[in-house]
Write a protein that binds this ligand. Structure first.
Ligand code: AMP
Ligand code: MG
Length: 487
């Protein structure tokens, strides 16, 4: 276990130099205070969880103090936003403080979001508000606990600094951890600004540090792109299987490591709705729940375009062709497991599609349905769940197919079935209304609800005593909360 001053830095991205990022010091927030910290994220840095309670912790992660070895940098990138190219974006309110490596030899980027203005702030104020910082913290750690690749979050630090959004709010910072903060948009920036040398430097940086096994392949850059395609297909399959809607899948928000990244107006589905749009500024539904699948491919094509100086167009096209079949395989595998199936049959995809259509038509709670399906034998479970459906004849027909399919799958006890299904079907997810309750309490100075919700969501598959209120459908007020993009 380490103390805060024992972290070891090795700032590999900063060493790439001024063409890639700009040195900027964080702008401190007034009266910093710890809102919440993640012990699991602390462990990634070998930090003793007790250090979160010391005053220096809040000072470090609110811009008041800095390690001597840290080299805070704002990274430059660009990206396609809602389909259109924006030639320059970059860290407008976040700083890469440095890279720390732990005892296992893993490097982790320390990225402080909400740290003040940078050369890339454009019209923004460089700040993040408490509300959005709490949402990013809870989502990162909750996705990780569900087994969905994501950036992580160490802590949220609140303050008394006023920040203007639709109304006056308070500034906060979230300390984000990731193995890299390099986005698709980094490659696009050097491609569209026609800086081939720097682009090659960036490609080698990513290859050497994050895809070293690809160096052994005959075409290392192609092997790397293929792996990026594979990782994205798997990540998006997990989003779809668990009902996660990202909301702003611009290429500047897509990680080169295939992790969920840059949380804005995201949401988990309550009722199943394939057409759900969580970002209320997304008028055309470009990033609706079901569109995430083709948009994943669109984004990879944008990255492929930026890689044309290194890889032939034919090879890029072939690699892009892997996306959909891989996505489908991962998705179906996960959905089979969510249904409690251990074998594969040709009609399983249809079984899933039919169920989703019925759920859509009846507004069935996506998370609770699967959890309850595993509570008892297939026949008993469907008999109880039947009441949630409007089209009873449709559901009965599905239930008959399903129970027959379960019988063919194997002969296991109710106990075995429950254990297996509960291990993949969470009881607790980050519902928007739960986040909203925790935010409302935090805005009035009570952080206990954020901390409790974080705790519950860190073990989403485990039923926790006294936590029934976190495993309910939303009340009416909490059903269709509009989440603002201005964060
Ligand atoms: P996002 O929608 O959060 O992914 O941000 C898109 C771009 O806008 C990125 O370059 C951000 O750094 C920048 N940005 C977002 N909010 C602010 C802000 N309050 N101040 C400065 N830049 C911002
Ligand atoms: Mg972003």
């Amino acid at each position: 276990m380490k103390a805060l001053d024992e972290l070891t830095f090795d700032n590999r991205f900063a060493r790439l130099g001024d063409a890639f990022s700009t040195h900027v010091l964080p702008e401190p927030l007034d009266e910093p205070r710890l809102v919440v910290a993640s012990n699991a994220a602390m462990a990634l840095l070998d930090l003793d969880p007790a250090v979160a309670q010391t005053p220096v912790f809040a000072e470090l992660f609110s811009g008041h103090k800095l390690w001597a070895e840290a080299e805070p940098r704002a990274m430059v990138y660009s990206g396609h936003q809602f389909g259109g190219y924006t030639p320059q974006l970059g860290d407008g309110r976040g700083l890469l403080l440095g890279e720390v490596y732990n005892e296992a030899g893993e490097h982790w980027d320390l990225h402080l979001k909400g740290a003040g203005m940078t050369p890339y702030s454009r019209m923004g104020d460089g700040r993040a508000v408490l509300r959005s910082s709490i949402r990013e913290f809870l989502a990162s750690e909750a996705l990780h606990a569900l087994g969905i690749p994501s950036s992580r979050a160490l802590c949220v630090i609140g303050s008394s600094t006023p920040v203007w959004r639709e109304k006056q709010e308070r500034g906060a910072m979230v300390l984000r951890l990731a193995r890299s903060h390099i986005r698709f948009g980094h490659f696009e920036y050097f491609y569209y600004t026609k800086k081939p040398e720097q682009q090659a430097e960036l490609a080698d940086h990513v290859l050497n540090l994050h895809y070293p096994a690809c160096r052994e392949q005959p075409e290392p850059y192609l092997a790397m792109f293929r792996e990026i395609v594979e990782r994205n297909a798997e990540m998006i399959a997990k989003w779809q299987a668990y009902g996660f809607c990202h909301g702003v899948m611009n290429t500047d928000n897509m990680s080169i490591l295939g992790i969920t990244f840059d949380f804005g107006p995201f949401a988990f589905l309550d009722d199943f709705d394939a057409h759900f749009i969580c970002n209320h500024s997304d008028h055309e539904g470009r990033y609706s729940f079901s569109n995430q699948v083709p948009i994943g491919q669109w984004n990879l094509s944008a990255l492929a375009q930026a890689l044309t100086p290194f890889i032939s167009v034919d090879a890029l096209k072939e690699a892009l062709g892997l996306y959909l079949p891989l996505y489908q395989a991962h998705y179906l595998d996960l959905m089979r497991r969510r249904l409690g199936l251990t074998t594969a049959e040709d009609d399983d995809q249809k079984l899933v599609e039919r169920l989703l259509k019925l759920m859509q038509n009846s507004g069935v709670d996506y998370t609770l349905f699967f959890r309850r399906l595993g509570d008892e034998s297939a026949a008993m479970a469907v008999a109880k769940l039947r009441d949630d459906f409007v089209d009873l004849a449709g559901f009965d027909a599905w239930a008959e197919l399903y129970t027959a399919r379960v019988a063919r799958d194997g002969d296991y006890s109710e106990e075995q079935r429950r254990e297996r299904m509960h291990a993949v079907n969470p009881l607790y997810i980050l519902r928007n209304y739960l986040a909203q309750n925790a935010i409302a309490a935090a805005e009035s100075g009570d952080y206990s609800e954020v901390q409790r919700l974080h705790e519950v969501l860190s073990k989403p598959f485990e039923e926790q005593a006294g936590m029934e209120q976190y495993a309910q459908r939303p009340p009416d007020w909490g059903k269709h909360l509009e989440i603002s993009c201005s964060s």
